[in-house]
Design a binder for this molecule. Structure first.
Ligand SMILES: Nc1nc2c(ncn2[C@@H]2O[C@H](COP(=O)(O)OP(=O)(O)OP(=O)(O)O)[C@@H](O)[C@H]2O)c(=O)[nH]1
Ligand SMILES: [Mg+2]
Length: 320
């Protein structure tokens, strides 16, 4: 039987036994959303929770994929297996990011200890913000212990997703203004570790100083874990060992302090709330007669109705 027609439980068993094609298929189902995605979620959730996610984020072209590839190499030299999810928010079907990732990570393409997947949302109800944690859980459930998630740190949803990893690495480049941009994008708040990648270029110390200053101005500087700043040259794999040791140290720290449990509980609460809100909205829209939904929206735009009153009407049909 081809994988396409295999029932979800069989796919799951195959993926757990190491069948990469079956794993890829499960992730496609998650991407697409709908009933089969729900089934994937039902099966994977109870057996997930053992993997550890490391998010890598930063501006386009910061060197995230090159760094991810270098980390993969390092993990493999330690005998660890790894899965990578490259989130592609821009284009649902093709796009430079996917191609670029494939090229940059192709050293590892044939290694059975490495699984790399680019992901877009397609039809998933909750878009990237709900599809990503589900995809991570599938990887976790089939036994992947390290899961790296690459996201472009532009846009609120992407930054949110990046911040949902257990450890978040924010990648900036040397040079004037890059760390300021990162700060503006909201990356400062989600960083557990800063990497100044492309440290073979000028300006590393300026960037370090900028980051230090911004840290001082934020709450992060005074927390028990102050995000370390590490220079890295990903194309030469320089500094990658130190980076990974720092990821381990952060992991140890949040495991010992209870922060990891708190983070995960918070994330699950948020996810659950988002699912409920999305489904309520969807149902209310389905039940709305004619153009009523659009009319209410227009009424709010034109200030003939306030948002709370409009929401009352929108949710009346679902009794909320
Ligand atoms: N000089 C220098 N160039 C680097 C370094 N790391 C990556 N690059 C280059 O930077 C460019 C972008 O690298 P990617 O790894 O694709 O960057 P990315 O952040 O994944 O890019 P997107 O996924 O498109 O946002 C490539 O041309 C890399 O060769 C580095 O340490 N030094
Ligand atoms: Mg990339």
């Amino acid at each position: 039987m081809s994988r396409r027609s295999l029932p979800v439980p069989d796919l799951f068993a195959a993926a757990t036994a190491g069948d990469r094609g079956a794993l890829a298929r499960l992730l496609s189902l998650v991407e697409r959303g709908g009933d089969e995605a729900r089934e994937v979620s039902r099966i994977s959730y109870p057996v997930s929770g053992k993997g550890y996610t490391v998010g890598l984020t930063g501006a386009p072209g910061a060197g995230k994929s090159t760094l991810t590839s270098a980390i993969i190499g390092h993990l493999r030299s330690l005998g660890e297996e790894v899965a990578v999810l490259a989130i592609d928010p821009s284009s649902p079907f093709t796009g430079g990011a996917i191609l670029g990732d494939r090229v940059r990570m192709q050293d590892h393409a044939t290694d059975p200890g490495v699984f790399i997947r680019s992901m877009a949302t397609r039809g998933h109800l909750g878009g990237l913000s709900l599809a990503t944690p589900e995809a991570v859980r599938v990887l976790d459930a089939v036994g992947r212990r390290w899961i790296l998630v690459e996201t472009v740190g532009v846009g609120q949803v992407e930054v949110e997703i990046a911040g949902k990893a257990d450890t978040t690495v924010v990648v900036v480049n040397p040079g004037w203004g890059d760390s300021v941009q990162a700060n503006k994008a909201g990356l400062m708040e989600i960083a557990d570790i800063f990497v100044i990648n492309k440290a073979d270029r000028k300006g590393v110390e300026d960037t370090r100083r900028d980051l230090e200053q911004m840290l001082e101005l934020s709450d992060l500087a005074h927390e028990a874990w102050r995000p370390p700043i590490l220079p890295v040259v990903a194309i030469e794999k320089r500094g990658v060992e130190e980076l990974w040791a720092t990821v381990q140290a952060h992991r140890d720290f949040i495991e010992a302090s209870g922060e990891l449990t708190r983070r995960r509980e918070f994330r699950l609460r948020e996810e659950l709330r988002e699912i409920v809100a999305r489904r309520l909205e969807l149902r209310a829209r389905e039940l709305a007669t004619g153009d009523r939904w659009d009319e209410l929206q227009a009424a709010v735009f034109h200030r003939t109705m306030d948002p709370w009153s409009a929401a009352d009407e929108m949710l009346k049909s679902v009794g909320a």
